[in-house]
Design a binder for this molecule. Structure first.
Ligand code: UDP
Length: 240
């Protein structure tokens, strides 16, 4: 049973539990995918039924930011904690490195996935970066073919939300990849193009504020957070 936050069901998992589940999926036939919605995506999914289907069809739905955690708490059904997508992938790399796991990196501007792959390879020797491609392609077909030929265990799809969720949902049957994860701007972080908030900020749950200071243009998107929290309070009052 998933925990409902404004119509989006979240899996109540710790980081370790999420990693174990992901590894099991990698070892099991089928094409699974992970999504990590933040309040902004939950908000969008309320009005976009295809996005909601894309999230509902994911095999793992993780709460990426503190906003969803607060939302679940206000609703009286607290989740175990946030599982940021960028950290989830790093933990998974560490485990895949132990067995020579193959990872394909899709997304971000030209050159970024290659740089991210180089850094990941240096940090987790044992991992095989079996391919990279930027996220500004026109046709899906050739990209999917390249990915399938590379035979990855894990495909990171970093096209930004909600594009990446829709892309995984619409193409999952054509992709012969046991596990995909939609991870927004993570490749920019792994490549060192974008810095994550210092650990102190992360611990204080102020990563969102750090991102806003660094990229003030995100203000429009972030204004969805108060709307999200208001709607959560409304859901609580209505007793749903
Ligand atoms: N991006 C992409 N293709 C697109 C649009 C965006 O590869 O058509 C990439 C963009 O270069 C960036 C990431 O998707 O690396 C989005 O980063 P952001 O931090 O905005 O992620 P979000 O907050 O949307 O999850």
């Amino acid at each position: 049973m998933r925990t409902d936050v404004l119509g989006v069901g979240f899996d109540d998992l710790t980081m370790d539990e999420a990693i174990e589940r992901a590894l099991t999926m990698i070892d099991t036939p089928g094409s699974d995918y992970v999504v990590t919605p933040n309040p902004e995506i939950v908000w969008l999914a309320r009005r976009d039924s295809s996005l909601k289907s894309a999230i509902d069809s994911a095999s793992i739905v993780l709460p990426d930011g503190i906003g969803v955690i607060y939302g679940a708490k206000i609703l009286g059904r607290p989740l175990k904690g946030k599982v940021p997508g960028a950290d989830f992938a790093l933990e998974l790399f560490a485990r895949l490195a132990e067995r020579g796991g193959r990872v394909y990196l899709l997304g971000a501007k030209p050159g970024v996935a290659e740089k991210a792959g180089e850094n990941i390879g240096n940090k987790y020797p044992g991992i095989v970066i079996c391919g990279t491609a930027d996220g500004y392609f026109k046709e899906d077909g050739p990209v999917i073919e390249k990915i399938n030929d590379a035979e990855p265990d894990l495909l990171l799809v970093c096209l930004g939300a909600p594009k990446q969720e829709m892309w995984m949902y619409e193409n999952r049957e054509k992709l012969r990849v046991p596990l995909m994860a939609g991870l927004g701007g993570s490749l920019d972080v792994y490549a060192g193009v974008v810095q994550r908030a210092p650990e102190k900020w992360q611990k204080m749950n102020l990563e969102w504020l750090y991102r806003l200071v660094k990229q003030p243009s995100r203000i429009g998107r972030m204004m969805r957070l108060p709307a999200f929290l208001l709607a959560v309070c409304g859901q609580r009052i209505r007793g749903k």
